[in-house]
Design a protein around this ligand. Structure first.
Ligand code: DQA
Length: 168
């Protein structure tokens, strides 16, 4: 009897896209652990990536964790998330306060985006109080240390479920 190759059914691909969350990190976050530990704590980005993957898997999320010091990489990854992911959790670092390009990228994709910060940007210098991205994100979580990322996962799950239910 010949073996017939059956392609993965469409629903399986859709289900995995539904669960994928891109966690995007901007400039200088690769230096976490040694960068201003009084503000950002002692954990490295690798520690945070591990914690995110663990927390995400408990919630049934596939976490795609990335960091770049280059604005264009972040723009490209937001576009990619628009194709491959249901959600974006983004700590754009200083680009939060400067980048119209990141705002436009988020506005242009279907994935739900949540802005996160480790520090409470509103308790810091004035220039950190403004975010170009916040108005095009579903919400902003800041000031909870690295737990800000996990809080974003908790927040995004019911939103993704609601969206999926609406689309069904
Ligand atoms: C940050 C806050 C930004 O203002 C700063 O430029 C960062 C880190 C945070 O996670 O607290 O690089 O996004």
């Amino acid at each position: 009897m010949p073996i017939i190759e059956v392609p993965a059914p469409g629903w399986r691909r859709e289900r995995s896209a539904l669960k994928t969350v891109f966690v995007l990190n901007g400039p200088n976050l690769n230096a976490l652990g040694k960068r201003e530990p009084g503000i950002y704590g002692g954990k490295t980005l690798a520690d945070i990536a591990d914690e995110c993957r663990q927390a995400g898997s408990k919630l049934g999320l596939e976490i795609d964790f990335r960091q770049s010091n280059h604005e264009g990489d972040l723009v490209d990854w937001i576009h990619e998330a628009g194709e491959k992911a249901a959600g974006i959790v983004i700590n754009a670092g200083a680009y939060t306060h400067t980048s119209v390009a990141l705002r436009d990228a988020i506005k242009g994709v279907d994935a739900l985006a949540i802005e996160v910060h480790i520090s409470n940007v509103h308790a810091r210098e004035e220039f950190r109080h403004h975010s170009y991205m916040a108005p095009v994100c579903v919400g902003v979580i800041c000031g909870f240390g690295v737990a800000s990322y996990e809080l974003a996962f908790d927040a995004i799950v019911p939103l993704l479920e609601k969206r999926a239910a609406k689309a069904a």
